[in-house]
Structure formats: C-alpha cells, structure tokens
Design a protein around this ligand. Sequence first.
Ligand SMILES: NC(=O)c1ccc[n+]([C@@H]2O[C@H](COP(=O)([O-])OP(=O)(O)OC[C@H]3O[C@@H](n4cnc5c(N)ncnc54)[C@H](O)[C@@H]3O)[C@@H](O)[C@H]2O)c1
Length: 293
Amino acid sequence: MGLLDGKVAVITGAGAGLGRAYAMLLAQEGAAIVVNDFAGVGADGMTPAQRVVAEIRSAGGRAVASHWDVGTVAGGEAILKDALDAFGEVHILVNNAGILRDKSLVKMEEGDFDIVVRVHLKGTYCVTKPVFAHMKDSGRGGVIVNTTSTSGLRGNFGQTNYGSAKAGIWGFSNSLAIEGQKYGVRVWTIAPAAASQLTDATTSEEYKRTFTPERVAPVVLYMVSALSGAATGKTLLAGGGYVSEIRMEMGSGFTPPESFTAEDLAAAIEAGKVLMPERDLKYVNAYGPTAKA
Ligand SMILES: NC(=O)c1ccc[n+]([C@@H]2O[C@H](COP(=O)([O-])OP(=O)(O)OC[C@H]3O[C@@H](n4cnc5c(N)ncnc54)[C@H](O)[C@@H]3O)[C@@H](O)[C@H]2O)c1
C-alpha cells in the first residue's frame, strides 16, 4: 500500500532536479504521474520528461510525458487535457517549473524580467486555473503545491525578477488557500533548497552532496498525502535535511497618539516597540548570491 494509491499527480518542470525527484517519489507511493517539462530532445533522442516517464515505468509505476510550456493559458489547459486523456482525473498538482535570468537591476533588460515572471508567476496561474476548476467540479477537491523561494520571501542579490515572481507565487497561494477551503482544495507552498542545474554554477561540492532533491521530495509527499490531514495555506522551507515553517510575522507594534510626529515614531523604534529583532534564518539563501555585480 502506497500513500498515494489511486491518485493522479501533475508535476510541472519534472524532467530534472526537484520536479524529477518529486515525480519518482510520488510514483513510488502509487500515484500516476503527468511529467510535464518543455525541454527538448537530447542526444539520446528523448526529452527529459520522456526519460523520467521511462524511469517511473521501469520501476513499475504509471506515467505520461507532457511537453507544454507552463507560461501560457493554452499550455496550462493542454497539461490538464493530457492528464485527463491518460488517467481520467487529477488529485494533485505541483507547480515546480522554473528558470533563472539573474542580473543586478541596472543590467536587467525588460525581457529578463518578463520571462521569469511569465514562467514562474503566470505559469502558476496558467496551470492552476484549469486544474483547480477540475478539482472543484469533480467534487473531490485536491492538493496544490506551489513553489516559492527564500529569494522571494527574504531577497537575494541579482534576483529582483525571480524574487518578484516567487513572492507573487506566495501571495497567489495565500489567496488560493482561502478560495480552496470551500471546495476541499488544499494549497501548500514550498521554499526548497537543492543542488540542480538551476543552482549548479554557484554551489560547492559539499552543498551538492548535502542539498539533494531527494531530501526535499518527502516534504512534498507529506503535503500532498493524507499525512498532512486538512492543513492548508502553509509554507515550508526545506533543504539539506532541514524543514521549517516560514511565515509572515508582525511585531507587538506601536499605537501612536491621535496626533504624532515622525520623531515620536523614531523614539518608539529606538525603544524597540516597532521593528522586530532579526532572527537567525538557517539555510535562507544558503547557496548565496547567484549573480555578479
Ligand atoms: N534548486 C533550488 O535550490 C531552488 C531554490 C528555491 C526555489 N527553487 C525552485 O524549485 C523549482 C525547481 O527548480 P530546480 O532547481 O529543480 O530547477 P531545474 O532547472 O533542475 O528544473 C526545472 C525544470 O523546469 C523546466 N521548465 C522551465 N521552464 C518551463 C516551462 N515554461 N514549461 C515547462 N517546463 C519548464 C526545465 O526544463 C527544467 O527541467 C523552480 O521553481 C525553482 O525556482 C529551487
């Protein structure tokens, strides 16, 4: 008995890295997998998505490849159609596809900004909308996992485009979790850290050994399985064998008198009443700046 017997999962960007690890683990737990990835045919005559499908099938699992670009409405609808044609329903969606175009702001062209926002943030919208509608209409609900990043939640040098897209995905998820409650659709957000082709250029050999995609995959399995019960609307940071909730916090605050000055606020801040103490955030941006100034 697997944790996901009888379930169907769509995983975007699952031809490599984290998505591939999620696909392998979810398939091992019994889910039929739609392996989406738009990357083209390699020297072996196969696409990365086809290679992952072959791996899943040779381990006895069920999977189909789907090569649509997540960043278009037509692509999102076609991914759902591939899933329904192959397996008749969808219970799980993991929005994972992603790219980087790191540059400091003054060197960032409009195209570098647009493409990153299109693939990550708009891609999350494009795939989620039809899948969410299917989950709602089926009356059975489902689970959606969206992918944010500490670069969006905390910031990182050279990633104003990526940080904007990833913070946007976090906001998208917070609202979708509220909308999903009515229909039994749970929404989780993951901020992963793992060595992959995305981070290769900037990570050490030790990082590559410690931060494997396989050490993140069980967190996604927890999110999409009955193990997480009715939980929804939460974000987990996961990487290198470390998992923690990461969330927005407010301090105890300062209630100014009806009439107050900027100096009054400065005094309250000086007295420690407004700003919150910096906390040591383990593994946040553990792989460091990704772009040169
Ligand atoms: N690796 C990390 O440390 C890290 C940290 C924070 C967030 N993330 C996020 O995790 C996700 C996976 O990253 P990864 O490190 O495994 O990267 P990866 O490059 O190994 O895999 C991403 C896959 O997405 C595919 N893809 C890209 N654009 C696509 C599109 N438009 N349509 C369909 N497929 C597309 C690529 O072909 C690739 O196979 C990304 O969203 C990334 O931003 C990764």
